[in-house]
Every structure is written in C-alpha cells, then in structure tokens.
Write a protein that binds this ligand. Structure first.
Ligand code: ATP
Length: 592
C-alpha cells in the first residue's frame, strides 16, 4: 500500500447550419471502486496535520520559464497515512477512528463517469493525500473521488506554505484547488480560534463577481460539512451591509468570500473588521487576472494593505497573460511558484468544444441569432444556451426580443437586483431547455452544468474574456459549442484569438419571415429600453480598442445599431452623458 501512496502525481453572412455537430454517443465507464482501507490503514488527523506542512514535493519538472509543472509526487512518509500497529492505540480511539474510516471509505460505491469527463482528472484519489479526515468526508459527500489535474499539481505546494500562481483551463476544479488546502491550513491553526463566534478571519477569498462569490461559498460549505467549528461567509454588493455585519458577528467566519468593492466597504465601515482581517493567513484571488486588471487594481491594493504581510497568497485563473505574471508581485512573494496545467504550445481552450465565428451586419444579427437558436434547440432537446452580450442594457434588450419570439429565456446582468440574479442563476443551474441571456456577470467562473452552446454577440472586451465566456460550456471534460458573432467591422478581433481552433461557420441565409417577426417584436419594446441599450452600446464601443478612437466612424456604427433596433433616428442622449463619453463635440450625436 505504501508504494501506492508514493506513486507520482503524478463578410459573408454566415450561419452555422450543418456544422452544429450531432452529439456523439457517450461511452459509459465505471470508475474503479474505492479501495477499502478497513483494517489495513488508519488516517490520524493529528498525524496528518503535523506532516502536511512538511510534505515533500517531488517535482520532476518545475520549469518557471516554461511555466509548466509536469508531475508532482507525495512521498509516503508525508501522506499522513500510517500502517496501523497492533494494539498501539487505546481501544476507544481506535474505535472512533475505525468508525470515521468506515464512513469515509465505504468502498464499492459505483460512480459512473462519462469517458470525456475523465480528461480533466488525475489518477490520484483524494484519499491518497495528506488531508484531514473531516475534509475527506466532505469531499466524499460532494462526490469527488479523484483529484483534478490542477488540484493534484497545486495541493502539495500550497500545503508546503508556498505562494502559488496557478493557471488551468475553465471548468477543471480550481475552486476546490484553492479552498481545500486553505481549509487544511486553517484547521491546523491553534484551536483557540476555532469555534469562537467573533474569530479572526483566516482565509480571505476575493472574486470579481457576486455570482462567483456565492458559488465559491457553496463549494466551501460542502468541504466544511465535517468541520463544524469553521464557518464561511459571503460579503457581496447588492445586499444589505448591516445584514452582513450581523452575520459576521453572529456566526463563525474564519473564511470570508468577498467581492472587492463590498470588502472595502466593510474595511471602512464595519467596527472591528480591520482587526479581524489581521488574522488572514491565506489570501486567494480567484480570477486573478481580472482582479489585477485596471478595473479592480486600486481596490485590491487597498485591501492588501489592510492584510498582514506574513501570509500565503494564491492566484488562480484560466488565463494568465504575461502582464499578470509581471504584476503579481503586488500580491505575492517573489519566490512564488507558477503552476500551469495548460502545456506550453497547447490551446487555453478545450479540444472538445467546437469554436466557430460568423460575420453578420448588425441589422441581421437578431435574425441570425434566431436561426442559430432554433437549429440548436431542434438538435438537442436538453439544450442549455448562454447568449453573451456586450453590456447590461443590450442584454436586457436581446432577452426581451428573444422572449417576444417565444424562446424560453432568462436574463442576468448588473442592472437586476441581487435577489433576482441569485434566483435566475439558481434556476439556470438546475434547468435544461433554457436560454440565459447574460452580460459579463456570468463570463467568469460561474459553474452551470451541461451548457450545450455559448453564443457571444459582438466582440468581447479582450481575448481572455472570450476564453472565459466560452468556458461556460465544455466543463468537466464535457462537450460543447461556441459561436462568436461579429459585425464586419469587428473582424479584427479574430487576430487576438488566431491561435485558438476557431473556424468560420458555413454560410447560410436566415429565414426571410423571421426578420418581419423581429421587427414586430422590436416595435412593441418600450422606447426607453432601446434608448438605454443605445447609450450602453455607445459607451462600450466608445472605449473599445480598435473602434473607439475614430469618433466619426463611431457615429455611423451607432446609427447602424439604432437601426438594428428598428429606429429611424438614433436616440438623443443627455448632454452630460455625451460629455462624459468625450463625445459632446462629435458631430452626428443628438443631445438633449
Ligand atoms: N475532483 C473533482 N472531481 C469531480 N468534480 C470536481 C472535482 N473538483 C471540482 N469538481 C467540480 O467541477 C466543476 C468545475 O469546477 P470549478 O467551477 O471550480 O472550475 P474552474 O476551474 O474554477 O472553472 P472556471 O475557470 O470557469 O472558473 C464544479 O462543478 C466542481 O464542483
């Protein structure tokens, strides 16, 4: 058995008609039953906690230049497992251990995995790792048996106390990869902190969106199921600050999961909060590249200034551009490890996700979208589609049009209340046969199972956003499809993704009757919604690289957009709005 434990951890109008591939038949595999360790091995939580920080990491290759950690192994002396010595423990302890042992390793439970679902998993089982029994039980209840590759690659480093910058493809289990070792670090802290209601915050996880923060908290709660004295709480915008303050006072909160703006709010306005943050031992930046980009950077810097310097920092994302590697010192120690499970020279997207682009002028995009959706739904009754739009108000408009065309749709974006967003998000997670029209609030991290198609209308803000949005499908090794719909003047965006396997869709004409139906639906939509969409659209493209610089051209493109909503004249905008966008002196925009 010890040998097992020592094993290595290792500009035509195009529309994809015939290219929406039929679903291949799935081959079912039965995962090998868990090895029962009953009577042979006992895991000792105290032993584990002692050995884990010193776990010897055997890295066959950790090449900072190539940024690829190839294989990692645990030595058996560091696993936290030991061979049970005859009569070596008091009977009562033995009985207790045996009971937990039986609960964790009940053996023989059959987990059915689809063949493609194995690709993101490693060969290492969680029960081969130096983690506490309480965590193992939570993992088992969550249904996880084998570690994903990123979990296998990062766990030993994090348990050693290293700062880690990790890159792994979308939907491959990064959340557990940072939460599990963070919980292990926490569970080894002096027990005087545990169980206290107003305890120091020991693990701080920052997420760029509220949905992601809620999701990370749900995952944390699964892993904490058998850690009764440890609590995870969420603080996010759009909810009552006072309610969050009460929650953090009244319940254990050693793990805090937050969006940056709301966390700053608590730092500034919640009594005693700064003192609690002084207990932070592990800081996690989920979607690190997003949190370190200009939109969040200031907030992140001021949050980091409120944390102890002596801490461990973990940065995770599916995309880690060079600039992020250069600026990660803002958060991490110099000797941090960079772990990538995306081999150099391979794509950052999943091979099992078919990617296509199609070019359609703005006035045809809604009818092309109609056609794409109709075709996809006819091919897959279990369809689950996300349609990404450039801004919140454009999202609302597209959702209204699709609803008017009798598609089953939900919308989610920043202009909806948090309660509504949470409800829609939960509904979509559990549904089949539903289309979610979304702004970028769902672009990153959100884990909706079995999304069959992701459509992106209009160019994403950058290459990374394209990859993250596409990553809402093809999760956990499953198949998926992605379609990027661009206007002819957005074609230049394709240059930024030319290394990805994205091919042009086969040409086709949308159903001629459809345009008439769309115009009727558009005619029924409240003018204010069109005005809002127009203003938001203009704001987005005004600051878009490669478009916003040429203001005179922008006037014409904005006119095209307003025509695509069935308007003869572009809506007039408030003078102060135009001035804020730097467009007040540009001829062609109407102001009021
Ligand atoms: N070892 C595992 N075995 C099986 N399922 C797992 C395992 N680890 C995580 N999962 C599940 O895999 C799914 C994807 O995980 P997660 O959302 O953490 O991916 P991610 O890599 O963070 O994706 P993204 O880059 O989009 O944020 C989740 O449903 C999660 O519960």
């Amino acid at each position: 058995m010890s040998a097992v434990l020592a094993k290595a951890f290792p500009s035509n109008l195009n529309c994809p008609r015939s290219h929406l591939p039929a679903k291949p038949k799935k081959k079912k595999l039965v995962a090998s039953p868990q090895v029962s360790t009953k009577g042979e091995l006992v895991m000792d939580e105290r032993d584990t906690s002692k050995s884990a920080p010193s776990a010897k990491v055997k890295r066959k290759r950790v090449n900072k230049e190539s940024s690829f950690v190839n294989t990692i192994g645990y030595g058996d002396e560091n696993t936290g497992f030991r061979v049970k010595k005859k009569e070596s423990k008091a009977a009562v302890v033995e009985k207790k251990e045996k009971k937990i042992d039986e609960e964790v390793f009940d053996g023989g439970k059959e987990t059915v995995l689809q063949e493609e679902e194995k690709s993101y998993l490693s060969d290492t089982r969680f029960d081969e790792c130096p983690i506490s029994l309480s965590s193992l039980k939570g993992i088992k209840d969550a249904g996880y048996v084998k570690m994903s590759k990123v979990q296998e690659a990062t766990l030993p480093l994090i348990l050693q106390g290293k700062d880690v910058l990790a890159k792994a493809k979308t939907g491959t289990g990064k959340t557990v990869a940072f939460l599990l070792p963070a919980i292990e670090v926490l569970s080894k802290l002096p027990s005087s902190n545990l169980g206290k209601k107003v305890s120091p915050i020991n693990v701080l996880v920052l997420c760029p969106t509220r949905e992601l923060a809620i999701q990370a908290a749900t995952e944390a709660k699964k892993l904490l199921k058998y850690h009764p004295s440890v609590g995870a709480q969420v603080v996010i915008g759009g909810t009552r600050l006072t309610q969050e303050q009460r929650n953090m006072q009244a319940n254990p909160c050693q793990i805090l999961i937050a969006t940056p703006g709301r966390l700053k709010d608590h730092i500034e306005n919640t009594t005693g909060f700064q003192a609690r943050l002084k207990g932070v031992k592990v800081l996690v930046l989920d979607e690190a590249d997003r949190l370190l980009d200009m939109g969040f950077r200031r907030d992140i810097e001021s949050i980091i200034a409120a944390l102890p310097k002596e801490r461990q920092t973990l940065l995770f994302s599916a995309t880690v551009p060079k600039e992020v590697q250069q600026i990660c010192h803002v958060a991490m120690r110099k000797d941090h490890e960079f772990v990538s499970t995306v081999e150099e020279g391979t794509e950052e997207t999943h091979a099992q996700v078919r990617q296509m682009y199609l070019i359609a002028p703005l006035e045809k995009q809604l009818s092309v979208l109609h056609q794409l959706l109709t075709e996809h739904i006819s091919q897959d009754s279990d369809y689950k589609v996300i349609v990404f739009c450039t801004t919140a108000m454009v999202t609302a408009l597209v959702a209204e049009v699709l609803g008017g065309l009798k598609f089953k749709v939900r919308e989610i974006h920043s202009r909806k209340s948090q309660a509504y967003r949470t409800r829609v998000s939960q509904e979509f997670r559990q549904s089949k046969g539903l289309i979610l029209v979304s702004s970028d609030v769902s672009a990153r991290g959100v884990d909706y199972p079995d999304v069959t198609l992701v459509i992106q209308i209009g160019m994403p803000s950058d290459r990374e956003q394209y990859i993250h949005r596409l990553g809402r499908t093809g999760r956990k090794g499953k198949e998926g499809q992605g379609i990027l719909m661009l206007a002819p003047w957005e074609i230049f965006f394709l240059n930024t993704v030319k290394d990805l396997p994205i091919t042009e869709a086969a040409p086709c004409q949308p159903d001629p009757d459809c345009q008439g139906k769309i115009l009727k639906v558009l005619a029924r939509i409240d003018m204010r919604n069109k005005e809002r969409a127009y203003q938001a659209w203009l704001g987005y493209y005004n600051s878009a690289k490669g478009i916003g610089q040429d203001k005179l051209r922008l006037v014409n493109l904005a006119r095209e957009f307003s025509e695509s909503m069935g308007l003869r004249e572009p809506p007039a905008l408030q003078r102060k709005v135009l001035s804020k966008m730097g467009l007040s002196k540009v001829p062609g925009f109407r102001s009021i």
